[in-house]
Design a protein around this ligand. Structure first.
Ligand code: C2E
Ligand code: MG
Ligand code: MG
Length: 740
């Protein structure tokens, strides 16, 4: 206790003593002198509303405990001063001389330093209640594991004394307590009921349930160290406590418990309105998503519109050059085996129409053209206005008469557009046609194709001929033929329309048949009999020759196998296209597999490789030739004399036999000179020690000449023409030559 002593003058001191002595009960620790109410410093915790807490407005300590103590202290003649304790526990606060008394205590527990304490009479019975997560039936308290606040260590000690079996865990904060309860760390939480009344107002603790059955009471006392001074204070305080009526106590308790003291903090608001917040957030998120999507789709639409504007011609609604390019690429990719042509169309003297009849009339004509063309186009075709009066059309090649039909259905009405309106102006159209080749489908270059069509169109325009001379018939025919050959090949191979014919080869000196060359023929469903000249180059261009050759080679091997089996051993020369000899086709391996399959000797196959192939692709060819020969095949250089580097090649290429092409050597120029050339060539080949055969021998004179010069092996119409296999089978190797 801090007693204020006034040391005044002696006169005043005496007066004071007289005054003090006039009272019957003077507190033992009161100092004689002029009476002043003694201040009583009460140490209290402030973390347990509504017992002890700080008023949020004034910052003063308030609460049930404060009011009760104030009333009791005042009754005892003290002026109470409430001071929040800075120590962790009440026990520690007991050791602190700053406080006269500390509260609340249930009983006189020793201080933290072990000094004995003394407590006042009971200020009130404090109900203590257990709280659980959800309602549940609890065993008696002495079988429970309960959680309490660490600041309630004193109470915990009292509880342990009263309920020996109870297990108590202390936690620093109420959220820690609740977390322990929710996680099953403790069975229940124990706390002052009045404080529960406050704590459970927190929205997020809505799942915590007070267990009324488990209620018990604790005393609520003030305590201090058990010293003479302490005893005096407690004694005097007890007088004040005794003076408190039950009414006063109840009024104070009711005052605090009936008030809504709990103040929401931010987290409480968050919890309380979580659903609304969540809904709000979802709505906001949705609004954002919808807005973003809308902006995106608008952007896309905008881009599409711009794209469409770029791809479309605003006047006629047809494709623009840009759109046409895209559409043609699409169509050619989707229909790679379909015959198409591309036309470039132009109105002759359109400027004159515009100038004389007006722009509107010109525009009307362009629109009419668009209309008429669209009427005649299918889904797989495309039309564009690529420039003022220039139209580009991608059209399927269907019937032979297609151009005439287009003329009738589209061009004639356009031509008569003004005449039908009574205006004496005939519209003239120039049209250039480009028929697509297989290469155009592989490397699609719309601009290039259009350029070619434009060249044709310009030719028509420059010729100033009639408007209907609008396509290049040669190119048209060629295109159609290409389409017919390429598209029909797979079917022709499988259905047997491709046949292998044989042309016998002879030794003229011995007068015997020595072998044959296999030559293919095509009995085309639509085009009739076709000779290699009609389709080999086209198939080479389309990259399909290997398919045909594989078929021919296999057919020859089958025939050889059959002849071997019937005791008619023969050897046959087969042709190899320059296109078959590439890095990725291993023809040596291919032939080797064939003779294995059909059980043939390799020298039964003579592989003819044309001389020009050696010139174009010498490295790969020399390599292939060496591999073939190493396997036992005989390799022949075909068409010798038709190429450019014949003499040089003879030195470089390791072939077994040279096939002199008499046709190339003798068909033109001075006959005498031709003979000299042939004679020299034969002589040279002989001097090089190589074998040779002359092909294209048509007359007895040619045969005699060759024989005379030392070339004995021959092949030609003079002896035999290529014949179907059935006919060839009648002839045997070694048979005498039958010259008709
Ligand atoms: P090639 O290999 O030089 O074949 C000889 C060609 O000359 C054959 O023409 C044959 O019919 C023809 N011929 C034979 N004797 C005479 C004659 O006395 N006078 C004339 N004017 N011609 C004669 P064909 O069968 O039309 O073959 C032409 C070319 O087509 C062949 O020339 C060959 O390069 C190629 N060929 C033929 N069949 C195939 C094949 O299955 N695959 C490949 N890749 N090419 C082949
Ligand atoms: Mg040949
Ligand atoms: Mg030849």
């Amino acid at each position: 206790m801090k007693t204020k002593r006034l040391y005044k003058t002696g006169r005043i001191a005496i007066a004071c003593m007289i005054f003090v002595m006039s009272f019957a009960f003077i507190p033992a620790n009161a100092v004689s002198g002029e009476t002043e109410e003694a201040a009583l410093v009460v140490g209290i915790p402030v973390d347990r509303c509504p017992i002890f807490y700080e008023d949020p407005v004034t910052g003063e300590a308030v609460g049930i405990g404060v009011d009760l103590m104030r009333s009791a202290a005042q009754e005892a003649g003290f002026t109470p001063v409430f001071r929040p304790i800075g120590e962790e526990t009440l026990k520690e606060a007991l050791d602190h001389p700053e406080y006269d008394v500390i509260m609340p205590f249930g009983s006189d527990i020793p201080s933290a330093s072990g000094k004995p304490s003394i407590v006042s009479d009971n200020l009130m019975q404090t109900p203590f209640t257990l709280v659980t997560e959800g309602s549940r039936i609890l065993p008696p308290l002495n079988h429970l594991h309960v959680g309490m606040l660490a600041s309630q260590a004193g109470v915990a000690e009292t509880v342990r004394e009263s309920y020996p079996g109870v297990e108590i865990s202390l936690y620093e904060t109420m959220p820690d307590c609740v977390r322990a309860l929710r996680s099953g760390g403790v069975d229940a939480l124990l706390y002052n009921s009045y404080v529960w009344n406050y704590v459970l107002q927190k929205p997020s603790y809505g799942d915590l349930v007070v267990q009324p059955s488990a209620m018990f009471s604790m005393d609520f006392r003030a305590g201090t160290l058990n010293t003479p001074e302490g005893q005096a204070v407690i004694e005097r305080l007890n007088q004040g406590i005794a003076a408190l009526t039950e009414h006063q106590r109840q009024a104070i308790i009711l005052d605090y418990t009936s008030r809504k003291l709990y103040r929401y903090d931010f987290s409480d608001y968050l919890y309380q309105y979580r659903l609304i917040l969540l809904a709000g957030l979802i709505i906001i998120a949705l609004v954002i998503v919808i807005a973003v999507q809308r902006v995106r789709s608008e952007q896309k639409l905008h881009e599409q519109t711009i794209q469409q504007m770029m791809d479309k011609d605003p006047l006629t609604g047809l494709l623009s050059m840009n759109g046409f390019r895209k559409r043609v690429e699409e169509l050619l990719r989707a229909h790679p085996d379909t015959p198409y042509f591309l036309s470039y169309n132009n109105i002759r003297d359109f400027k004159y129409i515009n100038d004389s009849l007006g722009r509107d009339a010109g525009n009307a004509l362009l629109k009419f053209w668009a209309e008429k063309s669209l009427e005649n186009l299918s889904e797989e075709e495309a039309i564009a206005r690529v420039d003022a009066d220039h139209f580009a059309v991608l059209r399927l090649i269907t019937v032979d008469e297609q151009m005439r039909e287009d003329e009738r259905n589209v061009f004639l009405p356009i031509q008569n557009f003004f005449i039908n309106q009574g205006i004496e102006t005939r519209v003239q159209i120039c049209s250039g046609i480009y028929v697509l080749t297989p290469k155009d489908f592989k490397e699609i270059d719309v601009d290039h194709m259009l350029d070619l069509a434009r060249v044709a169109e310009k030719r028509i325009r420059d010729s100033r001929k009639g408007a209907f001379q609008f396509y290049n018939p040669e190119q048209w025919k060629k295109g159609k033929r290409i389409a017919e050959i390429i598209n029909y090949l797979p079917e022709a191979i499988s259905s047997g329309d491709i046949r292998v014919w044989y042309q016998p080869q002879v030794d003229y000196e011995k007068g015997q048949i020595i072998g044959a060359e296999a030559l293919c023929r095509w009995d085309h469903t639509k085009l009739g009999w076709l000779y290699p000249f009609d389709f080999i180059a086209t198939l080479e261009e389309a990259g399909l020759i290997f398919d045909l050759d594989c078929f021919v080679w296999e057919t020859v091997c089958k025939d050889l196998h059959r002849w071997n089996a019937s005791g008619n051993r023969r050897s046959v020369s087969v042709n190899v296209s320059r296109d078959d000899i590439r890095k990725d086709y291993d023809i040596a391996e291919h032939f080797y597999r064939l003779i294995q399959t059909y059980d043939l000797a390799p020298d039964q196959l003579h592989i003819e490789i044309t001389e020009t192939a050696y010139v174009e692709n010498s490295e790969i060819l020399i390599d292939a030739t060496e591999r073939l020969r190493a396997m036992g095949f005989l390799v022949e250089m075909d068409d010798f004399g038709s190429g450019y580097s014949s003499l040089h090649m003879l030195k470089e290429v390791p072939v077994d036999r040279i096939k002199l092409d008499l046709h190339f050597l003798t068909s033109s120029g001075d006959a005498e000179k031709s003979r000299t050339i042939v004679s020299c060539m034969v002589q040279m080949i002989r001097m090089l020690g190589m074998e040779m055969i002359a092909e294209g021998v048509e007359t007895a004179e040619q045969a005699a000449f060759l024989k005379d010069k030392g070339c004995f092996e021959m092949q030609g119409y003079y002896f035999y023409k290529p014949m179907p296999v059935e006919e060839f089978e009648k002839i045997k190797t070694g048979d005498p030559i039958d010259i008709h």
